[in-house]
Design a protein around this ligand. Structure first.
Ligand code: FAD
Ligand code: SF4
Ligand code: SF4
Length: 478
């Protein structure tokens, strides 16, 4: 009888790829996890129990066919594993690196629920596609026929690029407009290199360009070109602009020098990694070197700021969060990584104001305790009177989340409808807005979210547009 290649979770322990030592990795911006060796990837894949109802797949926003590509990896059929994996995911190697797997696929793996440790789905997904790149299997979009229709995409983040890829593969003429000088959105300028090295994103941009996608970079829609002009130039338009308005603290002294926004700090750091000249980094405004840094917030952006500060050579790095560890929104894996690298978390603490003469010198900290649960079931933080103190700081980074910019106003488009949160109103399946042939995807539609959701939205919008183009062709041919 043939040997069963799978279901090895009882005899084989869960193993992640090797993680670089904290002391070494905190000196650079390279990714912290190594690649699986081929045998290890096969071995870890073989732990999967090939569930009839795979919860990993239903909790992956792209519904990736995880059990099948694990089986193919376990049996050494990597090219087939890659073909299957890329059929549902435009950027599998990126998701493998930065999806919060503990909340998505891996967090719902049944063998974890039975106490054996989840299958390392993300690392295997990364391994499959990195191997495909090494072997030249990843190819630019090559349409079988060119189509006359064109689509304009505003925003070159994962949502816009996923749509661009699908549309181009179908032969549509695609132009992507972005206000930055490089494509990739937050994958390029938000997420630090220690989670996602930049050449991983740049090679994807190049592939799209090689496949015939036109990029108009350094092009701020609303300033260098109007929304109306883009609408006139294309059969359909996709808005994929993300959310960039920083939620700011309202507290005495918040305007002091030395209090900066997370997105500015992270963008400057990523630009430095590209070798760009960044005056605000050079003059120290956005550089943590030698400083006592306090980051305010408990989400993934805050985690990226504290770990970037460590790498820039900060004297001390503290993270203030008003709830406790168990109630923070950021990934526990990232908190553990940050602690290993020397970050101190100050739980149940909120800023009351800032002190300093010419520039910030400290944060007035208010101590909190967790009270009764609110409507969402989360315990609300309450102030402990008389427990305030001053935390020394000469760089304070605000990482309290992002909101959408006011697009109808910025673009002079009052008919572009927005929700009460300011996100663009659009159908959740087709992504079409009430404005005909205008679509919205990613963070600008759903609010600050994840790369994997933006990819899903982009693919769905592309499909809806192709269906509409095909329907119009059929009518014209009648
Ligand atoms: P974006 O990636 O924001 O791209 C939008 C693009 O639109 C940008 O390139 C912008 O320049 C362009 N644009 C905006 N306005 C205009 C205009 N007027 N004209 C022209 N171009 C314009 N998600 C994860 O899954 N894992 C993570 O580890 C993770 N870490 C994160 C860390 C940070 C610091 C941040 C801020 C976010 C992180 N996210 C993470 C979230 C993730 O990056 C976003 O959900 C995702 O990038 C959204 O994709 P998008 O395509 O909607 O928008
Ligand atoms: Fe898991 Fe993300 Fe990959 Fe889906 S895309 S399988 S959620 S790592
Ligand atoms: Fe395999 Fe876990 Fe998915 Fe089941 S839930 S198919 S064991 S990865």
């Amino acid at each position: 009888m043939a040997k069963q290649p799978m279901l090895k979770f009882v005899e084989l322990e869960r193993q992640m790829p090797e993680k670089r030592e904290a002391k070494v990795r905190s000196n650079d911006f390279k990714e912290i996890y190594a690649e699986f060796a081929a045998e290890r990837a096969a071995e870890q894949s073989s732990r999967c129990s090939q569930c009839g109802v795979p919860y990993c797949q239903s909790h992956c926003p792209l519904h990736n066919n995880i059990p099948d590509w694990l089986n193919l990896t376990a049996t050494g059929r990597l090219r087939e594993a890659y073909e299957l994996s890329q059929a549902t995911n435009t950027f599998p190697e990126i998701c493998g690196r930065i999806c919060p797997q503990d909340r998505l696929c891996e967090g719902n793996c049944v063998i974890e629920q039975s106490g054996h440790g989840t299958v390392t789905i993300g690392s295997v997904e990364k391994y499959i596609t990195d191997t495909a790149w090494e072997n030249g299997w990843v190819e630019p979009p090559k349409p079988l026929e060119e189509r006359p229709e064109s689509v304009g995409i505003i925003g070159a983040g994962p949502g816009g690029l996923a749509a661009a890829d699908m549309l181009r593969r179908a032969g549509v003429q695609v132009t992507v407009y972005d206000r930055y000088d490089r494509a990739g959105g937050l994958m390029t300028y938000g997420i630090p290199g220690f989670k996602l090295e930049k050449d991983v994103v740049m090679r994807r941009n190049k592939q799209l360009e090689d496949g015939g996608v036109t990029f108009r970079l350094d092009c701020n829609v609303g300033e260098h070109i109007s929304f109306e002009e883009i609408r006139q130039a294309h059969g359909a338009v996709i808005i994929a602009t993300g959310v960039y308005k920083t939620r700011e603290l309202q507290a005495p002294g918040v305007g002091a020098k030395g209090i900066v926004k997370a997105i500015d700090f992270l963008t400057a750091s990523n630009r430095k990694s590209f070798g760009d000249t960044v005056p605000e980094f050079e003059d120290g405004t956005l550089n943590a070197e030698g400083k006592n840094v306090v980051v305010i917030g408990g989400g993934d952006t805050a985690m990226d700021c504290v770990r970037t500060s460590i790498r820039q050579g900060a004297k001390s790095v503290k993270c203030l969060y008003r709830r406790d560890r168990a109630n923070m929104p950021g990934s526990q894996r990232e908190v553990a990584n940050a602690e290993e690298e020397g970050v101190e978390f100050v739980w149940l603490s909120a800023p009351k104001g800032f002190v300093g003469e010419k520039a910030v010198e400290g944060v007035m900290v208010q101590k909190m305790r967790l009270g009764a649960p609110d409507a969402s079931g989360r315990q609300s933080p309450e102030i402990i009177e008389g427990a305030d103190y001053i935390e020394k700081a000469d760089l304070v980074i605000q990482a309290l989340g992002f909101e959408p910019e006011d697009l109808p106003k910025l673009w002079g488009q009052p008919e572009l409808q927005v929700t009460r949160w300011g996100t663009v109103k659009a159908d959740f399946l087709t992504h079409e807005t009430p404005m005909e042939d205008v679509y919205a995807v990613g963070d600008i539609q759903r609010g600050a979210s994840l790369v994997v959701w933006a990819i899903r939205d982009g693919r769905e919008a592309a499909e809806a547009i192709l269906n509409k183009f095909d329907a119009a062709r059929a009518v014209a041919a009648e």
